[in-house]
Design a binder for this molecule. Structure first.
Ligand code: ADP
Ligand code: MG
Length: 617
């Protein structure tokens, strides 16, 4: 029984709010809720019984969008106006996707820059966020139609490997579709929740989630204890999935029927692909398939299909092996294996995975619905209808800011559990400095120039104080969605400034891996570079102090002493210009040795003055 609330001001009836769970997939998307009566998650189905909505947007000649099955039908007739797989483009720049840009039948704008990609249809430009928002609007409309109530709040899932930019883009798409996105949830975590793993506080389990969808594959190892989910490792291939199975079938048929059709014709190719997909799905139940195309009889047996797919399946097993290695585990350490994604309906996939892990395989729930079901469970938890839980993930790369000499100062080290909050104090290095530039970087290298710049902002309005006196507290907060907020506050005056980091473009798994590799390869160079930067900073400070001293206290020094000091300063400057670390250190030390007695002389004089002015009792 659901509760009904009456608004005392308007007299209107307010139904208890529904928060839906949404799987915004590369190939298919769907909405699920937890039923009030049974307390079980269910996928929302239209009268036709279908829950899956193809994540495809077609624009007609007036740029009116259509989403789902009707859009999928246009893949053949108007490929350049039919946008699929937009999830791959979320939070990416053209440079990120250029290697694969030609596989899309629609037009991705090549601006050869780091800015976010756009897609052109009929001379209009769309961002992946806008296109995903179209899919989400359709899902919202469906849910409202089926539930007969407004739907304004949602939990949306993303792959575990999605970075800040991709998560933020997904959140923005939700907002654009009129949804308040209460949580961005990792897909493997959702799958686990759907099976009730992690919904009770006393569960302690390590599981593998194997997700083979239409165009992407990923495997995640999760550790669940006290209702906390931790991603121990994730691996995969963002260009491997059921589409590749279809392509393998198309190649097989084309080889068996040479010259029977022209594959360079996009329509021929598209129709043949759809037929291959039909054959594949048919063979998940039956032993053989027969169809006709351009007067040819096309056949495929289950045995032949397995043979075609084995190399692709083996690739996924390699990823599983790698994920286990990264997590430092063996199959014996695992409690269960969860099957996710439509392609795990292929019997050969299921068998290979079962054999590889030798564990109980969870496949009772529909693999293409399980993520949405879990999102619904999370939505139910957030609605306060279930025990509250914290979902934990880790940061893939270190986060920090640039400090003097272009050095990276890490605030949140890589592999930190999120949500997390870290603060550290910094100060100014110039007298009367009124502003401070805070630049945020991601990466493992010692010099910021080798890392990835995420954002930058100014803390201004610091009251005039001598160098070193202001206390600027910089804090990094990563929320449960993996979005970073950076704030800076000068503690003496209370001046504050903060930003939410929306990086320009995302990093792929491979890029993260490359950055980690680079940090290992360059470790020695980096140590040297850091030492040089530190020595240089110290030398520059030394020279600035000496310069100031000479200007102010010239009267205390002889001509020779002034000349000597200037020579040492020039030599130090030369060493800095030559980037000779050892020489910089030596010269800094010499300048220090020479000028220390002068400073003492000035102090003594000041002290004598002070004594003279006062009567000693
Ligand atoms: P995504 O997570 O990428 O949105 P899904 O989990 O919905 O994708 O999986 C879509 C893929 O599953 C497609 O390649 C589709 O052909 C495949 N698929 C769906 N049903 C079956 C089936 N019965 N047998 C084999 N493959 C299937
Ligand atoms: Mg999926």
């Amino acid at each position: 029984m659901s509760k009904i609330a009456i608004n005392l001001v308007t007299g209107g009836i307010q139904q208890q709010e529904t928060i839906v769970g949404i799987d915004l997939g590369t190939t298919n998307s769907l909405v699920a809720i937890v039923r009030e009566d049974t307390r079980q998650p269910i996928a929302l189905r239209e009268i036709d019984g279908l829950a899956l909505v193809p994540s495809i947007v077609n624009f007609d000649e007036f740029n009116n969008p259509q989403v789902g099955t009707t859009a999928k039908e246009k893949l053949v007739s108007s490929p350049e106006r039919t946008i699929y797989s937009v999830k791959r483009l979320m939070g990416k720049s053209y440079m990120d996707v250029s290697d694969h840009a030609n596989v899309y039948a629609y037009h991705i704008i090549d601006d050869d820059t780091d800015s976010l990609v756009k897609i052109e249809v009929n001379g209009k430009y769309y961002t992946p966020i806008e296109l995903s928002a179209e899919v989400l609007k359709e899902l919202k409309k469906r849910a409202e139609h089926i539930l007969k109530t407004p739907v304004n709040k949602a939990v949306i899932t993303v792959p575990a490997y999605f970075n800040d930019a991709q998560r933020q883009a997904t959140r923005d798409a939700g907002k654009l579709a009129g949804l308040d996105v209460l949580r961005i949830l990792n897909e493997p975590t959702a799958a686990s929740l759907a099976y009730g793993i992690g919904t009770q506080m006393d569960q302690d389990k390590t599981i593998v989630v194997y997700d083979l969808g239409g165009g992407t594959f990923d495997v995640s190892i999760l550790k669940i204890s006290n209702g906390i989910f931790e991603v121990l490792a994730t691996h995969g291939d963002t260009y491997l999935g059921g589409d590749d199975f279809d392509r393998a079938i198309v190649s097989y048929w084309t080889e068996a029927n040479p010259n029977a059709w022209d594959l360079s014709d996009k329509n021929v190719k598209a129709v043949l692909r759809l037929m291959a997909e039909d054959a594949k799905k048919h063979l998940s139940q039956q032993d053989s398939f027969t169809g006709t195309f351009y007067g040819c009889t096309l056949t495929l047996t289950k045995e032949k299909l397995n043979e075609l797919l084995q190399p692709l399946i083996n690739n996924t097993l390699d990823s599983c092996q790698q994920a286990l290695k990264d997590a430092g585990l063996t199959p014996q350490d695992l409690d269960a294996v969860i099957m996710v994604g439509g392609s795990t309906r292929v019997p050969a996939v299921k068998q290979s995975i079962q054999a590889f892990f030798g564990k109980e395989v969870f496949d009772k729930l529909n693999p293409d619905e399980v993520v949405a079901l879990g999102a619904a469970v999370q939505a139910d938890i957030l609605a306060g209808k279930n025990t509250d839980m914290l979902l934990l993930d880790v940061t893939p790369l270190s986060l920090g800011i640039e400090t003097m000499g272009g050095l990276m100062d890490v605030l949140i080290p890589r592999n930190s559990k999120i949500p997390t909050k870290v603060g550290r104090q910094y100060t100014t290095h110039k007298d009367g400095q009124s502003g401070m530039r805070i630049t945020v970087y991601q990466g493992e290298r010692d010099l910021v120039k080798d890392n990835r710049k995420l954002a930058s902002f100014n803390l201004s309005g610091i009251p005039a104080m001598p160098a070193g006196l202001p206390k600027v507290e910089i804090s990094f907060l990563i929320d449960a969605d993996g979005i970073l907020k950076v704030s800076a506050q000068e503690l003496r005056s209370g001046v504050t400034q903060s930003i939410e980091v929306k990086p320009q473009y995302g990093l792929t798994d491979e890029e993260v891996e490359q950055m980690l590799m680079a940090s290992i390869v360059h470790a020695k160079d980096d140590i040297q570079a850091r030492a040089l930067a530190e020595a240089t900073t110290e030398a520059i400070q030394m020279m600035e102090t000496t310069e100031k001293f000479l200007n102010k206290h010239q009267a205390f020094l002889t001509e020779t002493e002034i000349a000597e000091t200037k020579v040492l300063m020039q030599q130090l400057q030369q060493a800095v210009d030559d980037k000779d670390k050892d020489l910089i250190q030596k010269q800094t030390e010499q300048l220090n040795e020479l000028s220390r007695p002068y400073a003492e002389r000035v102090m003594d004089a000041a002290l004598k003055d002070a004594m003279r002015g006062k009567k000693v009792l």
